[in-house]
Design a protein around this ligand. Structure first.
Ligand SMILES: [Zn+2]
Length: 514
């Protein structure tokens, strides 16, 4: 029963069959005492043109935003929205909100426009069409009272723009993340950002053009989700998955070979990862090019307050005759801090992955997947504390396991860094990870999605991370479906592939061989 209640509170639609016959006000989860709700699933109240919606917020833009978006979402059946006193008292905090719906109308109270948006999303997700008509003639809401506040202040999804990923899919993922109350989306281009300064640094037909980036950024700004660009400034320099040997630069513009580390003369077992996989960080041209790319893409993204410099999985780094002349830790610290200083000079805070900062042979991190060498601690000790460490825990606690302590996060935290927990498909770990981060005063959570932004995994990644970040027990189900459909309505989709959570229900070539 509780599971269904939380499903409906944060993210979801509600069905009468799943909800309780009587309502009980309570905290949704011990981890978040600021979250309470009550509703009566047997009593629905009107949510239609004649309904009065009152918005109370110190920001006068809040009531205007709700009015405009209700009109877009509900059309001629939209309730009337006005600013005014509600008598509701949201918790402290920029993103807290309170909302009620009863026979007198609907009330929203929040401290900022951000909190007001989350309230509006909750009501939109809970509203269903009035019954008994051919077409929608208005909506109804369960009689309800909600107070909500996020568990973590920084709640991001990490989205990968592969050549195989259509930009419509990225837009859907951004819009859906906002609807599920994530407030940041880190965008990793994978060679799909079309730089004008360095046009060689992308695949042909890169779809993240300046105009498309600015369009997506504007959508995010309106919806309350800030887009943060990422450039891989150490490993992952090929802009392709390592298992493919593809390289966005060396395959088509070999004249830029000096910028990348060559494969070693004595190849390791994973040699296919190594040729050009890492930037050559002793080459001053590398730092210049990366700074110019950072400046260009950061500006296109509207100069957001964060910038992700990647810097993970630099397998076999330091193979060229120049790099080997200098201790790796010295080169790495100079490279990372130089980029961090540059990002700071643009008014943003740098973020980077953590795995080159832990010694993979250190038994304290046994069971965690790491790629750092013996000099990892030297690198970490020399690293700017302005950098937010994104500690990815992709494997540990996978699926059925769970854990309550995260020693690597505590390690970074105790060293003076802000640290974000970054899960992937380890769904069961997200709630305890978020609780742990909140407990140590950590930075936030970054849900990575990689090449799994489709199907049931997409649903579970988004739903598990969203609930964890808002301090609710994790649940899945109808709420994702409804939210995704609302995104499609907002985009006015006409392409079959832009419905549901996979492009095709049957692979297009299936009929040929089967
Ligand atoms: Zn080099």
């Amino acid at each position: 029963m509780k599971r269904q209640l939380v499903l409906a509170l944060c993210l979801a639609s509600m069905t009468a069959a799943a909800a309780p016959a009587t309502s009980v006000a309570k905290s949704a989860d011990p981890s978040n005492p600021y979250q309470t709700y009550t509703w009566d699933a047997k009593v629905y109240v009107p949510f239609e043109a004649a309904t009065s919606v009152t918005v109370e917020c110190p920001d006068p833009a809040a009531a205007k935003w709700v009015g405009e978006h209700f009109a877009a979402w509900f059309g001629a059946n939209s309730p009337k929205v006005k600013a005014g006193a509600t008598g509701l008292k949201p918790a402290a905090g920029d993103e807290a909100y309170a909302a009620t719906a009863d026979e007198t109308g609907v009330k929203i109270a929040a401290n900022t426009l951000a909190g007001t948006r989350w309230a509006a999303y909750t009501l939109r997700q809970l509203a269903v069409a009035k019954r008994g008509t051919f077409k929608t003639e208005g909506r109804i809401l369960p009689k309800l009272s909600i107070k909500d506040r996020p568990h973590l202040a920084f709640r991001a999804v990490h989205l990968c723009c592969f050549p195989e990923t259509r930009i419509q899919q990225i837009e859907r993922a951004i819009r859906l993340a906002a609807l599920l109350k994530f407030n940041y989306a880190i965008i990793e281009p994978w060679g799909m950002y079309k730089s004008e300064k360095h046009p060689w640094w992308c695949w042909p037909d890169a779809y993240l053009t300046k105009s498309e980036v600015k369009r997506l950024v504007a959508i995010g700004k309106d919806l309350g989700i800030t887009l943060v660009p990422q450039i891989n400034c150490y490993g992952h320099a090929s802009s392709s998955r390592g298992c493919t040997i593809k390289h966005s630069v060396l395959d088509m513009h070999p004249e830029y070979e000096p910028l990348f580390e060559p494969a070693p003369l004595a190849p390791a077992s994973s040699a296919s990862y190594l040729d050009g996989w890492s930037w050559c960080i002793s080459n001053p041209e590398t730092q210049r090019v990366l700074r110019e790319l950072i400046a260009e893409i950061h500006e296109d993204f509207g100069n957001p307050p964060y910038f992700h410099i990647g810097c993970d999985e630099a397998f076999g780094a330091q193979t060229c005759p120049e790099c080997v002349k200098t201790p790796h830790a010295e080169l790495a610290v100079r490279h990372f801090n130089g980029l961090a200083e540059f990002v700071k000079s643009r008014g943003a805070r740098p973020m980077m992955w953590h795995d080159m900062l832990l010694d993979k042979s250190d038994r304290r991190w046994a069971g965690f997947v790491k790629f750092g060498g013996k000099d990892a601690q030297s690198i970490l000790d020399g690293l700017s504390r302005d950098i937010v460490i994104c500690d990815w825990q992709y494997s540990y606690g996978n699926m059925k396991e769970s854990r309550k302590d995260w020693p690597t996060m505590k390690y970074f935290h105790d060293k003076g860094f802000s640290v974000a927990g970054c899960p992937w498909l380890n769904f069961n770990t997200m709630k305890p990870m978020a609780d742990y981060i909140a407990g140590i005063g950590g930075f936030g959570i970054v849900e990575t999605t990689w090449h799994h932004l489709r199907g049931h995994e997409w649903e579970k990644m988004y739903m598990s991370a969203a609930h964890a970040a808002w301090g609710s027990p994790v649940s899945h189900g109808v709420s994702f479906q409804r939210s995704l459909r609302l995104v499609g309505h907002d985009m006015k989709v006409t392409d079959y592939r832009d419905t549901g959570y996979m492009d095709y229900q049957i692979p297009p070539d299936w009929w040929i061989d089967n």
